[in-house]
Design a protein around this ligand. Structure first.
Ligand SMILES: Nc1ncnc2c1ncn2[C@@H]1O[C@H](COP(=O)(O)OP(=O)(O)OP(=O)(O)O)[C@@H](O)[C@H]1O
Ligand SMILES: [Mg+2]
Length: 265
């Protein structure tokens, strides 16, 4: 069994539609995965399962050696940090930045004593410092810019010191400077040997941080390609994933893709 995540024939059926169709996927310790696919491909559904928020209709989903359906998800959840738009929407806007991060520890300790409170606050502060937010810890979450909000969400996802970090479109809505700042920070995270295994969902190749090692490409709930990034991120696999004739451009660990017929006429 794979260290971090092991999915075998994971299938999700809703309203007669296969949102995920027999997905096999293995993640080992130290790997940094990008998940690519068009709108509606099933990326968020797959992250919901990996984040223990949803059970597969059939197939087996194991994370960190525990199989869903045979384990109390509340034991597994602290080991998996998840950041997604759906979770962000649940954060009360009036909550302070420090509280947004520190409250991620509540569900895990299940206790609330002063010594835990102080330890948790110190950890939350250190994470916010790492993610460039130390001067904003007392600000209301709702008052933050989109980029600041995304960094707070990642700090929150890391609060329980997880073994798997799942980021569902962390760069969505960011301007160019904000995106580049996030890509750099995620690249540093990728290079950190102490960091958990990471899964990053994105639509844009520009958002792939240098140092990410693997890619999973999804289309209509099925895996088009999966494996080491350098071998798997090919024009043929992009064409099959996005149903478009794309030219892949790689430059110093960064990627972009443009339509082959997009040149000026
Ligand atoms: N409860 C549900 N019942 C029926 N269909 C659903 C349900 N939840 C999601 N879907 C559908 O499943 C498909 C996959 O959705 P999902 O959110 O996983 O895609 P995605 O790859 O994350 O897309 P995006 O890039 O737009 O975020 C979509 O067509 C969506 O409408
Ligand atoms: Mg999605």
């Amino acid at each position: 069994m794979s260290d971090v995540l092991d999915f075998a024939a994971v299938t999700v059926v809703r309203g007669g539609k296969r949102l995920l169709d027999a997905v096999d996927w293995e993640i080992r310790e130290g790997e940094r995965w990008v998940v690519l696919g068009p709108n509606g491909a099933g990326k968020t559904t797959l992250m919901q399962i990996a984040g223990t928020r949803m059970h597969p209709s059939s197939g087996t989903a194991s994370m960190l050696g525990e199989t869903m359906g045979r384990v109390d998800v509340f034991e597994l959840r602290p080991l998996i940090g998840l950041s997604s738009a759906a979770l962000a929407n649940q954060i009360p806007g009036h909550e302070t930045v420090l509280n947004v991060v520190v409250t991620a520890a509540y569900g895990t300790t299940g206790r609330w004593r002063e010594e835990y409170e102080k330890m948790d606050e110190r950890r939350a502060f250190a994470l916010l410092h790492d993610w460039g937010m130390s001067t904003l810890i007392n600000r209301e979450f709702a008052s933050l810019s989109e980029g600041e909000r995304k960094r707070v969400q990642i700090a929150r996802a890391l609060m329980t010191d997880p073994e798997l970090l799942i980021l569902d479109e962390p760069a969505a809505g960011l301007d160019l400077g904000g995106r580049e700042d996030l890509v750099k920070r995620l690249s540093l995270l990728a290079a950190d040997e102490a960091a958990p295994a990471v899964v990053l969902v994105t639509h844009h190749l520009e958002e792939i941080p240098p140092g990410f090692t693997h890619v999973l490409m999804l289309r209509e709930g099925a895996v088009v390609a999966s494996g080491p990034l350098r071998e798997t991120l090919t024009e043929a696999n992009l064409a099959a994933t996005f149903d478009a004739d794309l030219k892949l451009i790689a430059n110093g660990g960064r990627y972009t893709a443009v339509a082959r017929d997009s040149h000026a006429v």
